[in-house]
Design a protein around this ligand. Structure first.
Ligand SMILES: Cc1cc2nc3c(=O)[nH]c(=O)nc-3n(C[C@H](O)[C@H](O)[C@H](O)COP(=O)(O)O)c2cc1C
Length: 221
């Protein structure tokens, strides 16, 4: 099959899955390793490869979720504390198989900005999400609760001596039989609004156009 069609199908079928609808079935560690090896193919400026993963499985998934809920409790002022959120966080791992915590390890190349390192880490995460779609693995990537808090860095053991590393997301992985909701309406109309410099003329003759910075201009010469 046409490579574009295959990739298009994977990208447009991918959906986030809430931990509450996981069914407790386990994923082979080998499949998680396959996902991580896809992550390693993400684009990375100057080959800094800043993505780092900590994988939890078995009881450690529940332990992570309990600890995460406690961090949320400790770091939230009483007037903002939400008991329902706390309890949900405690149970996020109950039916999960694995949990992947992702952080960005800041490199030492002064020419590479933090934003670039974060972008590269996000690209690695997207590779995992697309791989998971092909292996029928349900995932929710979350920055919720205390994921981005300094306390989470300490908990993951990534904070010592590396103040510029950043926790990124954690992904709860499992299996589900539940049909995921259809893709949200991501219309061509919206795409037009997101692509600056698009004019009716080059919209109809895209092969005669190329993207240069923010502009889509007709090719001349
Ligand atoms: C950086 C990032 C952080 C996210 N954090 C959360 C989160 O904390 N909780 C959550 O339920 N979903 C989170 N999501 C998932 C989004 O809610 C989800 O991608 C969005 O609803 C679109 O649905 P889809 O992934 O099925 O297309 C996050 C997604 C991204 C990219």
């Amino acid at each position: 099959m046409d490579k574009f069609i295959v990739l298009q199908d994977i990208i447009t079928s991918r959906r986030s899955t809430k931990p509450a609808v996981l069914n407790g079935r386990k994923i082979d560690d080998q499949q998680i390793q396959q996902l991580l090896s896809l992550a390693n193919w993400a684009p990375t400026h100057a080959n800094t490869e800043p993505w780092r993963f900590i994988v939890y499985s078995g009881d450690a998934v529940q332990q992570f979720c309990h600890r995460h809920a406690e961090l949320y409790k400790q770091s939230t002022p009483p007037e903002k504390f939400n008991t329902a959120k706390y309890e949900k966080q405690q149970h996020n791992g109950d039916k999960a198989s694995h949990l992947i915590a992702v952080y960005m390890q800041r490199g030492t190349n002064p020419n590479i900005t933090e934003l670039e390192e974060i972008c590269a880490t996000a690209a690695a995460v997207q590779n995992i999400l697309l791989g998971a779609e092909t292996l029928d693995i349900a995932v929710l990537w979350s920055t919720g609760g205390s994921t981005l808090a300094p306390a989470m860095k300490e908990f993951l053991g990534t904070g010592q001596g590396r103040p510029h590393d950043r926790t990124a997301v954690h992904g709860v992985c499992g299996r589900t039989r539940q049909t995921r909701p259809p893709p949200p309406h991501r219309t061509q109309n919206k795409m037009d609004q997101r692509l600056s410099g698009l004019t009716p003329e080059n919209l109809f003759f895209p092969s005669r156009c190329f993207l240069s910075k923010q502009k889509l201009r007709p090719i001349t010469g």
